[in-house]
Every structure is written in C-alpha cells, then in structure tokens.
Design a protein around this ligand. Structure first.
Ligand code: PLP
Length: 351
C-alpha cells in the first residue's frame, strides 16, 4: 500500500500527467491567479459539480493551514465576531489562527496564544449547547474535522454535525468544515461532513486536491459575500495548480474512485475488525484507524521494515490508514495478510 503517509496523495503519481498538468508545466511555466481566470473557472465548475456545492464560491490558496486561516478570517469578517469553537484533539494547521485552533500545545508558540479559541470535547452535544448558551453572540465560527486525522481518526457523529448546523443557524455563527484530510472523496463521499446531510458554510480543502501538488482552497456558501481584499494570494490558483486540481477531479470521476473508497474501505474495515488483537477499528471509506495494544507496539515499524508497507500513526498507539483511493481489493487483501503475519510474529517473539 503505497502513499499511506499523510494522505496527500489520492492515487499514484504516474497518473498526474492526465489533464495535462505536466504538459502545461513544460509549455507555460508558472502563472499567477489573475492571469488565468479561465482555468480557475473550469476548476470551480468541475469542483462544484463533483462536490454537489455548485452555488458555493471558490477561493484558491496553497496549503491546508492557509485554507483554514482564510476560512476563520472570512467567518470573522462576515459576522464581525472573534470567538472560535474548536475541539479536543483537533489539528487545523501550523499558521497563526489555524494553530491557535489546534489542540496541541507543542505546536503553539507564545505568539499564537489567544483567548479567542474555546476547546470542547468532540461529540459532546451538551457541552456545545452550553457554550452557545453562554457565548452565543460572540461566537464567530465552529471549526471541525469530519474525521479527525492527526488526532487519531475520531469520527464526528452525524447528530453532532447536525447540532453544530442548528446552533450556528440560531446564533449567527459560521460552520467551517475542515476537509483537508477527510475530504476529496477519501471517506466515500466528497466531504465526510456530507454524511450528516447538512451543509457547512465553508469547506476547506488541500492534501488530495492536487494529488501531491500544492494546491488548496475554500468554498464559501452563497449567503457569505467576501468583499474585495478580504481574501487574497499571490500563488493561489496559479495555472499549474489549477491544471493539477482539474486532472485529479477527472481521475476521481472517470475511475469512480469515491465509490472505490467505499467498497475497498468496507472490506478493510470488516477484515480489520475480525482481527481480535486490533481494538476500536473506526473511520469511513479509506480513512481508517485502530488501536494497537502495548504488546504489539512494534507493529507499525515491522510493517514498514518487513513488509515495506508504510502506515500512518497517531500517538500514542493508533495506526492510521490513508491509502490511495485507487487501492484495489487484492492490495487490501495483501495488506490484511501482511498485518496478520506481523502480529503472529510479534506474538511468537513475545512467548
Ligand atoms: N487540517 C487538517 C485536518 C490536517 O490534517 C492538516 C494537515 O495535516 C491541515 C489542516 C494543515 O494542512 P497543511 O499541512 O497543508 O498546512
């Protein structure tokens, strides 16, 4: 299983030539956003169709952190408020506001510290209601990953996302769906937040968007109207980035990779759940995590060195799987065989 690392690739790099990304790079070199409205428009249209958010407005940038930074700022411009609600174990990036909304003290420099972010337990509806009851008119936005990635593959409950939607509506706050890791088809829907059947006000995207090429963006619901100069960028939406992003959408569509994520993801989940040593198998589609008991703590390392399979992790004991969306069932079968083999070897050594 190649490309399981940080989820930045939705499928193998060999396909990048499709849609002409590399061809454009050779022929035209780099161009900035303003020079290439046509490609950006083409991307916006295709993205709108595939994601089902055709009436949203697209702003392109270069990384997930930048996307979240712009989403949080846009929300604050929109309602003139300062407070952000984020959740325990969240990861939203390493730049100023994005990192302030990230629940990991190791990433937050003193200069990033702020009283404007309120952290709540994930999936705790009572805590969320209480927070809105106390701070309702100060809350600018709620930012949430549909499935926490860095935090250890923790799925936001459907009822929790619905509660966020209704509380944001009631109090004039903006619902921001961080889809940097869990978006772009990985979970079997274009945005994992879609499982809740409600729309967010802003979706942020990066990682799989360029299949490894740095391109990111936010889409903004039509009732939010960015004013000139509120969002800006030098490189965002450059010609090459748009070509790469378009190529990715074409492959997603032509090769039905979102459906594949559902099918192969289900197979992987079922098989992993049947391995008694692995606990709390969770996730959606091809975004899967499970807990590894202390006696198998070398499993990740051994998968890498003995089987040449690179898996992700979340400290202290979670293995994270973010494979190619084009993963074939036979590759998934091989992965399951390999993991069983390594578990047996570790148990043999221990006895
Ligand atoms: N949001 C989420 C959910 C992420 O997983 C990440 C990166 O891992 C980011 C934001 C930040 O993205 P980037 O590293 O492109 O800035």
């Amino acid at each position: 299983m190649d490309g399981m690392g940080k989820g930045a690739r939705s499928f193998e790099i060999a396909r990048q030539d499709r849609g002409g990304a590399n061809e454009h790079q050779r022929r035209k070199g780099m161009q900035i956003t303003e020079c290439d409205d046509r490609r950006e428009q083409e991307l916006a249209e295709k993205l709108g169709k595939i994601s089902g958010k055709e009436d949203y407005q697209l702003f392109l940038c270069n990384s997930g952190a930048e996307a979240n930074e712009n989403a949080l700022k846009m929300a604050s411009f929109h309602n003139g408020r300062k407070k952000i609600v984020a959740f325990n174990k969240s990861f939203h990036g390493r730049t100023s506001l994005a990192v302030a909304a990230t629940d990991n003290k190791n990433y937050i420099a003193p200069v990033n510290e702020t009283d404007n972010v309120i952290f709540l337990p994930l999936n705790d509806e009572a805590a969320l209601e209480d927070c809105f009851a106390k701070n309702g008119k100060q809350i600018s936005s709620v930012i949430i990953e549909g499935i926490q990635g860095v935090g250890g593959i923790n799925v936001a409950d459907v009822s929790f996302l619905k509660k966020i939607r209704s509380l944001c509506d009631e109090h004039g706050a903006v619902y921001i769906a961080d889809s940097v890791q869990c978006g772009y088809g990985r979970t079997g829907k274009f945005f994992s937040h879609d499982f809740a059947g409600v729309n967010a006000d802003i979706y942020t995207m990066a990682k799989g968007m360029g299949n490894g090429f740095p391109v990111a963006g936010i889409i903004i619901a039509p009732h939010i109207k960015p004013k000139h100069f509120q969002l800006g960028t030098t490189f965002g939406g450059n010609h090459l980035a748009c070509a790469a992003a378009l190529a990715v959408l074409e492959v997603l569509e032509e090769e039905k990779l979102i459906g594949n994520a559902t099918l192969v993801g289900k197979y992987l989940r079922d098989e992993l759940e049947a391995i008694p040593e692995l606990k709390n198998v969770r996730g959606r589609g091809l975004m899967i995590g499970f807990d590894v008991p202390e006696e198998l703590k070398d499993l990740k390392k051994n998968l890498l060195w003995n089987q040449k399979i690179f898996t992700g992790e979340a400290k202290p004991n979670v293995i994270r799987l973010l494979p190619s969306l084009a993963l074939k069932k036979r590759d998934a079968e091989q992965f399951i065989e390999s993991i069983k083999e390594e578990i047996a070897l570790l148990q043999e050594t221990a006895s």
